[in-house]
Write a protein that binds this ligand. Structure first.
Ligand SMILES: Nc1ncnc2c1ncn2[C@@H]1O[C@H](COP(=O)(O)OP(=O)(O)OP(=O)(O)O)[C@@H](O)[C@H]1O
Ligand SMILES: [Mg+2]
Length: 538
């Protein structure tokens, strides 16, 4: 596929959409994770700061009370090495700095610390759990009071409603633990790296899955496109495999049945063209033959007249009478031939009357027995119902005689000549039914009712190589003079004139069956008038 073709392809667009979605989702997801992690780490840091503050408060209480700066510093030194502690400051009860310890991380903290603004401090209570958290740019300050418990004054208890064993809590100083947020930015970096790698992997896996899915969808489509392209160029197409039951599968099905239908129509058109060519050829030869036959008939009449006169004049001369009777015989054969040519050339106009096929054949039975002779068994098998067609009974007789003659000639050693009739009904394709060949349909037949005539023999069969020549006028395989080669072309002409259809099946050595179909004459109201006018002929 060319670069441009690929970029226009469905697969590429799907990939692009997927990649786009991933690229939009990745930063949103990353930001979400970062914000969540930031909150979580901040909460952890605050909790850690509170725990350290609580421990320090307990340990510092005595030294703050005693204002022992050295011991305070010692106590602070124990925690100042902790991972996230930036600095710890201890103030006295007035908010003045007593001690400040800090890590090496912030040398700028060398500046003198400011006194604590006690007034702005809001603790919920002066007990163990009270803290105030101040979030700043890179740090979190956790402020808490250092308190001391003392028993309530017994005198005060007299005046105020205080129980004698109640404790009094007083603030003796303040503690400020500063936590560094450095850990946060390193954590954010880690998250970004992890999410990026995660997304890259997910994208890779997604692309693989997408590729497989897209292939599954696009392979039949590509197939289909290829077949449609070939179809457009008139090349033979293959069936598109429709494995799925989705839109693509249905499309493939539709294409398959469309191609099949078109193939069928093409075959029908070809057959029709073939028939047209054949009739054009017949028409040309027919015109020629008609001219010859006409002149020939006149010549034969003259010869016949002369022979008649000769016979009369020399009736005593046995020799001459012998010769003239031979000439007469030849003249009869010649007249028969001319008759054939005239029929073939359609010189004889065909009459159109309702003809019942079974009765035509029954009437012809004695003649057929004569044609079959001693060696060949005649087998008539006629349809139970009347088969009325519109046409010429004499021509139909001619057709059956010609086919039977050929059949007999194909069985020099004897055999069986069968003449059968039956009715064929090709149903109308009901609306909404899927397109495709009708079950039981035959190529070349539209829906309707037909009369079939079959003439079959068990003879030598017809060679595949001459099958398409046998209907041509003057085509014969018989020895010189034995056949005119007009028999089947006359049959063809008769079938044509009756708007019928002829086909044959033959197997070398096993026999041949010619099947002829004629449209049945429907007894519609209009046709019934015609029948009553002309009467059933036959
Ligand atoms: N039933 C058949 N079995 C075998 N071959 C046949 C059969 N029918 C026709 N043919 C072949 O077709 C050729 C043409 O037949 P067609 O009837 O047109 O002429 P013909 O029989 O040779 O001559 P004519 O009919 O004038 O005696 C025959 O020569 C024969 O080879
Ligand atoms: Mg013949």
């Amino acid at each position: 596929m060319s670069d441009r073709g690929f970029r226009k392809s469905f697969s590429f667009r799907l990939f692009r959409l997927f990649a786009g979605i991933m690229l939009v989702l990745a930063p949103i997801f990353t930001l979400g994770v970062i914000s969540y992690q930031k909150d979580r780490i901040t909460a952890d840091l605050i909790r850690e700061g509170k725990i350290i503050s609580m421990l320090l408060r307990n340990n510092l209480r005595t030294w703050v009370f005693a204002e022992n700066v050295d011991r305070i510093r010692d106590t602070l030194n124990d925690v100042i090495g902790s991972r996230n502690i930036d600095s710890v400051e201890v103030y006295n009860s007035k908010g003045e700095i007593m001690v400040r310890q800090h890590t090496q991380r912030h040398p700028d903290m060398e500046a003198a610390p400011q006194p604590l603004d006690i007034g702005s401090l809001r603790f919920l209570a002066d007990d163990e759990g009270s803290f105030q958290v101040l979030r700043k740019e890179g740090t979190i300050d956790i402020l808490s009071p250092v308190t001391m418990e003392s028993s309530a004054n017994a005198d005060e208890a007299l005046y105020f409603d205080i129980k004698s064993d109640q404790k009094k809590i007083s603030r003796i100083g303040y503690l400020k633990t500063r936590i560094s947020k450095d850990v946060l930015s390193s954590e954010v970096r880690r998250i970004i790296i992890r999410v990026t790698i995660g997304f890259a992997l997910a994208m890779l896996a997604g692309l693989v899955v997408l590729y497989v899915m897209v292939r599954k969808v696009t392979t039949p489509l590509t197939d289909l496109a290829e077949q449609v392209r070939r179809f457009g160029l008139g090349e033979p197409v293959e069936k598109v495999s429709a494995l799925t039951d989705d839109e693509v599968g249905r499309l493939a099905d539709a294409f398959n049945s469309m191609a099949e239908n078109l193939h069928m129509r093409e075959a029908e058109t070809r057959a029709l063209q073939e028939r047209l060519k054949q009739s054009e050829k017949l028409e040309a030869v027919g015109r020629l033959a008609r001219g010859i036959a006409h002149d020939f008939n006149n010549i034969l009449s003259t010869i016949q007249g002369s022979v008649y006169l000769l016979e009369k004049k020399f009736s005593d001369h046995t020799m001459i009478v012998n010769y003239t009777s031979q000439i007469q015989n030849s003249l009869v054969r010649a007249r028969g031939l001319i008759q054939s040519i005239i029929i073939f050339s359609k010189a004889k106009t065909m009459s159109r009357r309702p003809v019942e096929l079974n009765s035509v054949i029954r009437r012809l039975e004695p003649a057929l027995r004569t044609i079959a002779g001693e060696e060949v068994l005649l087998d008539l098998s006629l349809a139970g119902n009347d088969l009325v067609i519109l046409g010429d009974a004499v021509q139909i007789e001619q057709l059956i005689v010609n086919l039977s003659g050929n059949a007999r000639d194909a069985m020099p050693e004897g055999g069986r000549l069968s003449v059968r009739t039956k009715e064929l009904v090709i149903p109308e394709r009901s609306a909404g039914e899927a397109e495709g060949p009708e079950p039981g349909s035959m190529p070349g037949y539209g829906p309707g009712r037909y009369a079939l005539v079959e003439v079959a023999d068990t003879g030598i069969g017809i060679d595949e190589r001459i099958k398409d020549k046998i209907f041509e006028p003057f085509f014969t395989t018989r020895e010189n003079g034995k056949g005119t080669g007009l028999g089947l072309s006359i049959v063809y002409g008769i079938v044509e004139q009756h708007q019928g259809h002829i086909s044959l099946e033959s197997e070398k050595g096993a026999g041949t069956t010619f099947t002829i179909s004629f449209p049945l004459f429907e007894r519609t109201a209009k046709n019934r008038i015609l029948v009553s006018e002309v009467g059933t002929h036959g």
